[in-house]
Design a protein around this ligand. Sequence first.
Ligand code: HEM
Length: 409
Amino acid sequence: MISSRCGNEKEKQMVAVKELTVSPGAIASLEEQLEAAASARIVKSPRGYEIFHYEDSLQVLRSPDIRRAKLFLYRADNIGLTEGYARDFMERMLNTQEGEQRKHLRTPMARLLSPRKTKTLTEAVRDIVNTLLDEVQNPDDVDFLKEVSWRLPPEVYCHMVSIPRELAPTIGRLSDSLLGPLLTVDSSRKQEVIDAHYEVFSLVEEHIETRRKNLDDDFTSALIEEEMAGNLSTQELYDTGVGLLEASVDNTVHQSAIMMGMLLEDEGRWQQLLAEPSLMPNAVEETLRVYPRFRTHMRYVPETMDVLGTTVPKDDLIFIHVEAAQNDPTVFDNPSEFDMTRPMVPGPLLFGQGQYSCIGQNLARLEMHTLLTAVMERFPKARLIEPWQQHEGPFVREVTSLRISLTGN
Ligand code: HEM
């Protein structure tokens, strides 16, 4: 049960945040969110309850009583995926589990992507980044989104699980087809999701069975060893392999593209970073704070309960506004300013918190740090050729264009 710091505060009828629909225009602007945040800690809206403050968001995300799992299936329902092969996987995967089964599936995956194990990828990620930068067609005019951002996570995935680099484009396409339509709630891509599930399982199962005969120190072997130790069934081993592929790509693609766009769009910012390279990790965190890929985290209450002083009825939805929380003036000084000297703690809420938090955040940061460092060191004259473009949906934002001259020409 979550208690309230201002317990007698009345539920206020939401005016600023419009009803949840899948239309991108339906989400309130950051200004509207902050305006709503000034009036209440938790606000009723036609779609559920809205939370905007940083500390409140943390409290809700960390609460063991406030749940998430079935909401992924809710998205599947929304795109018409109610039965069949893809749906069966979704009902088994980590994302949609609660309680003991969640712990059972999350533990091996968290071990796999622990800070220590992720660190072993440092050299390889550096080599991959440098190769991708070497391979751009024309350094004076790079379609950075296509030539670098979309290539980096699939290449890292291939290295991590030891499949040939030639499969990286397939991995990128599959990951986008598995997860993209669910995150953007795009029912026109339903068949693509179904087809991708058949294709990905055949690829992952075949790779695991080949690897089983020749165990090494790669991530696939580590997962097979979890199965051999009795920590995962064979089906769970395949599902974890697919889950890893699915989660590895889209979010890192867009967040790393946002990072490059934001740091290059302001000449002063880029020069400050070049003058003080030790600010690189803070600069990355600041891009996560200002433009998080995830704009909203969704939760529901499995029982009627008190949340921040308001009684929320069973099964009602709670929306945590990541952007508003990351702009909370009681936590971040001058939140509307991009400030790469800002301390790294408190950190962004982008990766969630608590029992459902992102397991791959160490890897995502490793990829972003390595990419940024390589561009700073090798291409200090880099500049944007035109403003970078993004599409903002109610849940996630997607970069649609990022053209960079690496040489500055
Ligand atoms: C910048 C890149 C990334 C972002 C923004 C991101 C964001 C997220 C978010 C918001 C969640 C759900 C958190 C919640 O509801 O509280 C999540 C979960 C997850 N992420 Fe990430 N992620 C990123 C990269 C990765 C990578 C590279 C991997 C794996 C290689 C990964 C693996 C996972 C997994 C397995 C979960 C499910 C955790 C669970 O249900 O217990 N993520 N991520």
